[in-house]
Write a protein that binds this ligand. Structure first.
Ligand code: GDP
Ligand code: MG
Length: 181
């Protein structure tokens, strides 16, 4: 008997302040490339990553980038619609981008929910961990606590440049999305 294939399409948002590395993380994850020079495209862009998750499961991850709209600090409901997971990104070399994280999390939770009413699984990415950290010596050691209090399922130090923890964070997000189904 033929085994039935399971196929999923997951819309995942990548949000956070301008310049934290959202586009770089997506390009690294989907196209295995890194460049110093991504133009700030205007509007919304998305990339597709196909995961052969298990023998009988194919997952299409649709990663939604925001481009040029970060400075408003929020996005429209239309952008958030039907998202089932999110990465919120900050830049460890610029502490002010961490201060914006809770604002992004609130924006996310106020504009989209899972069908069962729960918040969508969200992972916090401390990007550019290849760089010198700035102003976060009190924050980073307490990050587990911060995540618990602010409803993040996990956090990872990432580098789009050196390809650190990007695959891993995506795997953890997908596991949580599948469990939340
Ligand atoms: P976005 O505005 O959040 O989409 O940020 P970009 O992806 O455009 O990245 C902004 C700048 O940071 C670019 O010059 C990238 O090359 C650089 N960048 C992104 N990720 C990293 C990283 O992990 N390490 C380093 N050193 N630079 C990064
Ligand atoms: Mg960008």
């Amino acid at each position: 008997m033929e085994k039935k294939q399971k196929e999923y399409l997951f819309k995942v948002l990548v949000i956070g302040d301008l310049g934290v590395g959202k586009t770089s993380i997506i390009k690294r994850y989907v196209h295995q490339i890194f460049s110093q020079h991504y133009r700030a495209t205007i509007g919304v862009d998305f990339a597709l990553k196909v995961l052969h998750w298990e023998e009988d499961t194919i997952i299409r991850l649709q990663l939604w980038d925001i481009a040029g709209q970060e400075r408003f600090g929020n996005m429209t409901r239309v952008y958030y619609r039907e998202a089932v997971g999110a990465f919120i990104v900050f830049d460890v070399s610029r502490a002010s981008t961490f201060e914006a994280v809770s604002k992004w999390k609130n924006d996310l939770d106020s504009k989209v929910r899972l069908q069962n009413g729960n918040p969508v699984p969200a992972i916090l990415l401390a990007n550019k961990c290849d760089q010198t950290k700035e102003g976060l010596s009190n924050t980073l050691p307490k990050m587990d606590q911060y995540c618990k209090e602010n409803g993040f399922i996990a956090w990872f130090e990432t580098s789009a440049k050196d390809n650190i923890h990007i695959e891993e964070s995506a795997r953890v997000l997908v596991e949580n999305i599948l469990n939340a189904e």
